[in-house]
Write a protein that binds this ligand. Sequence first.
Ligand code: PXG
Length: 455
Amino acid sequence: MNEMRQTWQALDYAHHIHPFTDPKALKDKGPTVITRADGAYIWDADGNKILDGMAGLWCVNVGYGQQALVDAATEQLRQLPYYNTFFQTVAPPQVELADTLSKITPDGLDHFFFANSGSEANDTIIRLARHFWNRQGKPEKMTFIGRENGYHGSTLAAVSLGGMKHMHDMEVSLLPGFEHIMQPHWYTGSNPGESPEDFGLRAARALEEKILEIGPEKVAAFIGEPVQGAGGVIDPPASYWPEIQRICRQYDVLLVADEVICGFGRTGEWFGSQTYGIEPDLMPMAKGLSSGYAPISAVAISERVYKGIEEGGLLSHGFTYSGHPVSCAVALANIRLMQELNLVDRVREDIAPYFRQCLGELADSHPMIGEFRGVGLLAGLQLVKDRETREIFTAQDNAANLCRDRCLANGLVMRAVGQTLVASPPLTLTRDQVDELVGKLNPALDETAREFGLL
Ligand code: PXG
């Protein structure tokens, strides 16, 4: 296997370009080659068994090796591997998936458009929202407002919608019509003595200020992840979303809740919008929709926006694989399995509370953890040099990456975002696996803390 691994690494370097990766750094190190997976574990080409604390890339919600999903894909491949939905045709899995989604999404979201990735879902939203306002006789209502450090994808439109500075820096120039406001991160953004509630209101009112600055007649929509994922698992104070909702209603700005990570049980409800009481007009979802077994995304659309689109004439938008029958069949099997296993209730009532308790105890006792964030099975551990002063490690310190590498050496996948360690495990995680996760994370944190003289 070792020889094979080296061959794969050499061929990878010769021919394959990796997303979100520094090619030179990868060349020196060589990628970890992952060859198989089962349950909450992945195996590398050297036979090492690794606990996947990230569920792939925040997506394998039902865990690996679920036969029901494999069977659904196989059966659909035999029956009808492909047919398009462009020319007034449809296949049963597409209809059944849209119907099933209408039953689990928040009230008022009953119309669905399919695409293949979260980025495509968000591009779709930009086009649909502008089309909607245009047909309402308000073509100047074009601007989208997102948040600094928000993530909405990697296509040119989605990256403009997001607020990731390192992504913007690569492009030099973004598309016009996209603005950003502050993120609701109390730990790094609050003033001395400012309570989370007050800070949440202030962060939300940055939206009102931005709308008034641009002019409400020019603002199409506001987009936010209920909990920021790729930004480092940032769950806003309780006061934030109700105030955002009020502002969007007051100025007739569409509200988009990006559920690509929060959707499908991760926060302990089917959708993060339900956890936070958000009533979105548009809702992109992907990842957990198929637990990553097949690429698919969807946009949920409210009655009001749908009616506008219905009256709007030809909808000139779509992808060859919008509603790919195999992906739809897999997504259906995935949702059915989640229902059979009662996964969402299990997250809310059992495994997330245990996960949060164990990680919370670790965070409380560890000198290098300044803040423990998140909700449900989304966790962020902010690494700091000094808990009293909240001094965060610098990019040069590289503490989170060092710790992430040590976790991997101990047989645990975590994700480093800036100086935050992030976990987003499969929803099927057992209590024993929570203990295993914490048991592997703890020594990695200790070793890293020792390196920086904190232990
Ligand atoms: N919205 C959100 C909230 C996401 O998290 C997307 C949209 C885009 O989805 P696609 O399928 O186009 O990738 C995402 C994706 C990371 C990381 O480093 C996170 C994502 C993707 C890649 C890396 O944490 N989230």
